[in-house]
Design a protein around this ligand. Sequence first.
Ligand code: ADP
Ligand code: MG
Length: 228
Amino acid sequence: AQRKLEEKERFAMLGRISGGIAHEIRNPLNVLRTSAYFLLNAKAPAAEKQHEHLTRIDRQVAIIDSAVTALSDLARMPEPSASSFEITSVLEAILCDMKLAGNIGVEQDFSDDLPLALADEKQLTLVFKNLILNAVEAMSAGGVLRLSASLQSQRVVVVVADNGVGMTPDVVSQITEPFFSTKSRGMGLGLPITKAILEKNRCEMQVESEYGNGTTFSISIPSSGVQS
Ligand code: ADP
Ligand code: MG
C-alpha cells in the first residue's frame, strides 16, 4: 500500500510539474511568435520597431532559458561532491554579486569559532542564493536582511531572516512544492530545488514565518570539525 501511495504521489507531482512547464513556457512562446510574425510580415518596418521586437525576442528567450535551467537543476540534481569550505565566504560572495536596492539593509553576525562546512559548495551556494533572493523579494517595500552563522552541536547553522511580508501557515505548508508561487512572476522552483539539495547534502531546513512580519529560514549543515 505504501508503494501504491508513493506512486500516486509521484504521478501527482509529475502532473504538477508538466502543467507548470507548459504554463511557464507558453507565455514567452506566444510573445516570440507575435514578434517573429511582425518581423516576417511587416512591410518596411521602422528600424525602431524592428529593434523593439528583437529586444523582446531576446528577453523571452532568456526567460525560457532560465525556466529550462531551473527544471534541469531539479530533474537531474547531480550527486553532491562534498568538500570543506567556509560558509561565510559563500554568503559574502552572494551578497557581493547581488545588487541590493537602497531600501534594504544587511546585518551579519558570523561567530568566529566557526568550523568549515562539509557539503557540495556549488549546491549550497545555490541554496543560499535562493533563500537570500526570496528574502529580498519579500522586502520590496524595504527592510533588513539578517544573516548569521554559528556552531550548534557540531553543525554549522546559517540563519537567513527578513522582516518582509511573511507567510500564513497555509503558504508555509506549500513552499517546497514545485511551481507553488505567490509572486506574479515567480516560477516556484527555488525552494523545491533548495529542498532537494539539502536532502542530498544531509542538511536540515527550518522555517518560521509570521504573516506581515517576516520570515526566518535556518539551515543546519554538517561540519568538518576543522576550524576555519
Ligand atoms: P518563487 O520565488 O519563484 O515564488 P520559491 O520556490 O523560491 O518560488 O518560493 C515559493 C514561495 O514561498 C514564494 O512564492 C513565497 O510565497 C514563499 N516564500 C519563500 N520565501 C519567502 C520569504 N522569505 N518571505 C515570504 N514568502 C516567502
Ligand atoms: Mg524564489
